[in-house]
Design a protein around this ligand. Sequence first.
Ligand code: HEC
Length: 250
Amino acid sequence: MTYFQVKTLLAVPFVAALLTAAFSMLALMGRENPAGAKRLRMTHRVSGYTVAALVAVLASMGFSHLAAVGDALSLRGVLHWTYGSLLIFLVLLKIGVTRPYRRFLKLAPGLGMTITVLGLLVVTLSAVYFILAGAPRGDLIEEFGVRPGSVSASLATEAPRVGIPGDAAAGAVVFETNCAGCHAADSEEPVVGPGLKGLFDRERLPVSGRLVTRESVHDQIVSPVGTMPSFEGILSDREVDDVIAYLETL
Ligand code: HEC
């Protein structure tokens, strides 16, 4: 199961517990002599602790994502984190202050409503985005197109270029990080894979014998022949274009 699917699955009980906690409290406070007050109070307590537990799990997933993407966090990610960390803080405050210090109990309804609104906001923000943009596939690394501290992390945030088939200078960096361990750029001698010097001056690819075109090299990168690992989901489309532009200069 992917990171995205786990978070989506957890969001469902999270919203359910959040609404249960809010409505049980509204029912308790809104009526003169609520029937089943004891049960409502119990419902509020159980759903409240469920919210807190799910916030803890979701926050720890959020932290590992944050550690993976570092500075490349998207604007949506920043908003998600801002609301999310506020939510963590308010949940701690509600449990940590209003329970042991009963005098602050009058703050509890306000805190509770703020927590409900923030919680729904955090979930809606992501839900709307993923409905519009489509769900990401793959694991954490594939999903965000970055590896911890890699160059692609900083490239991934730049605006897409239109109509330009790749930037050789950026491609040189992509090559150094992703290909140079197995391929020489300055010779035809094999390292792990064949040397790629003068690749686009050759008629055919060295191993498969396919014609050398941008398409065939693109295919090799995303669904390679032989033992070379695939870079599908690891390199963005743009990074693949860039590295091909760089190979053309060799
Ligand atoms: C882990 C080692 C490894 C990495 C990393 C790697 N390759 Fe390869 N590559 C290979 C091997 C091995 C082959 C030859 C396939 C075989 O013989 O099984 C190959 C073959 C190729 C070929 C020739 C394919 C053909 O049809 O003849 C190209 C072009 C190529 N790699 C480009 C790249 C590019 C661009 C990158 C970086 C994005 C890259 N490779 C990263 C190991 C690697």
